[in-house]
Ligand binder design. Structure first.
Ligand code: MIG
Length: 680
């Protein structure tokens, strides 16, 4: 059951697809307070078993004891105490023995979440705008306890819509690097993979492919013939995936700028002039995606590249990230000058550093520009958290208009609740740190709760220099995530798997992934089409097992499996908690693996560097296809079953063409255990 309560004057919701009538009185079990325009809700946490949700955020899967802020930020330091990342995902499950519920705060402004931080016995949620809709979701009557969390997520998706469906090739391995600029890189990377038989389905182009970082242009030197090279690579099963940034370079003569400026599509300052701030191209203007005409105009631009054979994009810098505005720069220089003239006290260097550092992503700038929302003019900071979502919506709609029957790859950095309808997300600028490998795992179920089924982090880590062992273990996790992209920052150690002596170990893990794709795709589609989750915390499935609920480094995958990747260096294996009997599959290659039935409880599982585990629940199985080097090589035919000898289990394998929409040919193939196949 979903109830809606409105406070103040809510901004139009792009998150909800259901238009529920708003109730007048406040929800009885939340203590509501109003102070200086802010509205807070307080709830006792004494009998709460777990708090799940908030999507893209650092910290544990069970978020009790932490504090967060919903404020979309371009923040490359995903430190342990970071309160905001790139998306705002105001959905929280309050899981307790009696009357569990979930809430969704449809509020595009800043929201503060104190989830037992000040006082472990209390949670407090504060909307700074005080204008929002609050949705309270309670379980459908009769839902068994082990289905409650999933049911609350399902209802949230009924409210916010069905998840984006990527093309099947998007489950292939994608190689990316900030610095790939054009034909030479594309050809070399593709060849290096093919020569070594490392599977590959896509290569991302980062900002250098553009002409001076101008959206929808090409760097003539590096990429004189995108159409030609995209066609050649496609014939070898490799797609080119360019980046698009939110800011449009301010430059007369650059047609995108000229059109946007003349039509009035850019965000405006109070005096009616275009808001300008610097990002990669230098001073730039920012499309007002709240305006339907501006959104349509920008979305149609993607066609420029689609016409050259591009079938997928990634959207970046759409928080929006701002390096500085001219006003902000002036202010910082003025402060610096003031410091210079005399007052070099002990703390002036700190003041100077703060003044300079404060020019980026500054609140002053976010208060400096406005959006047209229907008849209303709204200052940006009030609706800040919607900007990236609306950019990605513009892109998704543009692609739909261009090719209505085809699925496209689209993933964004910034997002809001509801963005899951338009594309996937990646987890932004992580580091090549073991702790971020663990963070990648923990964020998967949280993102799934928001409906972001197609998601993943930069495999190997974006910032810092990866070492070989970390990359191997990261590939072994990425092998299970729908978005499986190796990406790294300019200036860091080159991170393509073939650059490392043990590249074969990584290739073999990628090959295992390809063998699993028919099953993984089916489970992903099942999660999408049933408003379910591909990744779940153990507590979702085993809510009455306190040991399972406490596990933060293993997650359930699909209906049959659990994963427990190695997350530390130099270890010969790891501890794994099995909430029920499972079959351990220890993969080395798609052909070389061993299996072992393990009883419920704690176990130390030995895993050499070239081995990684998949746990299959008692009485079920998955299928393992013959591996390939491109997703188009894979076939369900002749695939082997892998799992328990389960005569009465039927695996409902979802199959379709993987590329058209509405899945007119989507169908379930019932797979039964092969009786006479040789098991390894
Ligand atoms: O300010 O385009 O998160 O993936 O490689 C950095 C360059 C801008 C941030 C993205 C990252 C991308 C990088 N971008």
């Amino acid at each position: 059951m979903i109830r809606r309560y409105d406070y103040g004057n809510p901004y139009p919701s792009f998150a909800a697809v259901l238009d529920l009538p708003a109730l007048k009185e406040a929800p009885p079990f939340l203590e509501t307070e109003t102070e200086g325009g802010e509205i807070s809700f307080t709830l006792s946490l004494h009998n709460v078993d777990a708090l799940y949700g908030l999507g893209e955020a650092v910290g544990p899967i069970d978020r009790r004891g932490r504090r967060y802020q919903s404020w979309n930020s371009d923040e490359f330091n995903h430190a342990e105490d970071r309160q905001s990342l790139y998306g705002s995902h105001n959905f929280l499950i309050v899981f307790r023995a009696s009357e569990p519920f979930a809430l969704f705060l449809d509020d595009p402004g800043r929201v503060r979440w104190d989830l037992g931080f000040e006082d472990r016995g209390r949670m407090r949620i504060t909307s700074e705008n005080g204008d929002f809709s609050l949705y309270v979701i309670t379980p459908e009557e009769g839902t068994p306890r082990k289905g409650i969390c999933a049911d609350l997520c399902r209802q949230f998706r009924v409210l916010t819509g069905r998840s984006y469906i990527p093309p099947r090739w998007a489950l292939g391995y994608i190689q990316s690097r900030w610095g790939y600029a054009g034909e030479e890189d594309l050809t070399a990377v593709a060849r290096a993979h093919r020569e070594r038989h490392i599977p590959l389905d896509g290569i991302c182009l980062d900002i250098d492919y553009m002409d001076g970082f101008r959206d929808f242009t090409l760097n003539e030197k590096a990429l004189p013939d995108l159409k030609g090279v995209a066609g050649r690579l496609l014939s070898d099963g490799v797609r080119v995936i360019p980046i698009i940034d939110a800011g449009v370079k301010k430059e007369t003569g650059y047609s995108v700028y000229d059109e946007g400026h003349e039509e009035g599509y850019f965000c405006k300052k109070a005096d009616g002039s275009d808001f300008e701030a610097a990002v990669w191209p230098g001073l730039s203007c920012f499309p007002d995606f709240f305006r339907e005409d501006a959104s349509r105009w920008f979305g149609d631009k993607y066609r420029v590249l689609m016409d050259m054979g591009v079938e997928g994009f990634w959207n970046d810098m759409n928080e929006p990230a701002l390096f500085y505005s001219p006003e902000g720069l002036d202010k910082a220089f003025a402060e610096a000058e003031e410091l210079r003239s005399g007052m070099m006290s002990h703390d002036s260097s700190f003041i100077l550093t703060a003044a300079v550092d404060g020019i980026k992503n500054s609140m002053d700038d976010y208060r400096r520009f406005y959006h047209r929302i229907g008849e209303r003019t709204v200052r940006h900071d009030k609706v800040h958290n919607l900007y990236g979502a609306l950019m990605t919506h513009a892109a998704a709609e543009g692609m739909r208009r261009a090719e209505p029957d085809r699925r496209h790859l689209l993933f964004s950095r910034s997002s809001f609740a509801g963005s899951h309808r338009d594309g996937g997300i990646w987890m932004g600028d992580n580091f090549s740190w073991w702790s971020h490998l663990a963070l990648h795992l923990r964020m998967l179920p949280s993102l799934n709760m928001m409906g972001f089924i197609y998601c993943g982090a930069d495999v190997g880590g974006f910032g810092a220099d990866v070492d070989e062992e970390l990359l191997i273990r990261w590939i072994q996790l990425g092998a299970f995530t729908p978005l499986f992209r190796n990406h790294s920052a300019l200036g860091t150690r080159l991170q393509e798997v073939y650059r490392f002596p043990k590249w074969k170990t990584m290739r073999d893990a990628i090959k295992v992934r390809y063998s699993l794709i028919p099953w993984l795709y089916s489970e992903m589609m099942h999660a999408i089409l049933s408003d379910g989750l591909l990744f779940r915390p153990l507590g979702f499935d085993y809510p009455d097992d306190p040991l399972a609920r406490a596990v933060e480094d293993q997650v359930m995958l699909g209906r049959q499996c659990m994963i427990a990747p190695v997350l530390a260096p130099h270890v010969p294996g790891r501890n794994v908690y099995l909430p029920e009997d499972m079959l351990l599959v220890r993969f080395r290659t798609p052909e070389d693996y061993d299996t072992e039935e393990i009883e419920a409880g704690w176990h130390y599982v030995r895993l050499d560097e070239n081995e990684f585990p998949l746990f299959i629940r008692r009485g079920t199985f998955v299928i393992l296809a013959k591996s390939g080097e491109r997703t188009s090589d894979l076939s369900v035919e002749g695939a082997a079953t892998l799992g328990w000898d389960a005569e009465d289990y039927v695996l409902p394998l979802y199959c379709d063409d993987g590329i058209t929409f509405g899945a007119p040919d989507g169908h379930i193939v019932p797979i039964r255990m092969e009786r006479d196949t040789e098991q390894n």
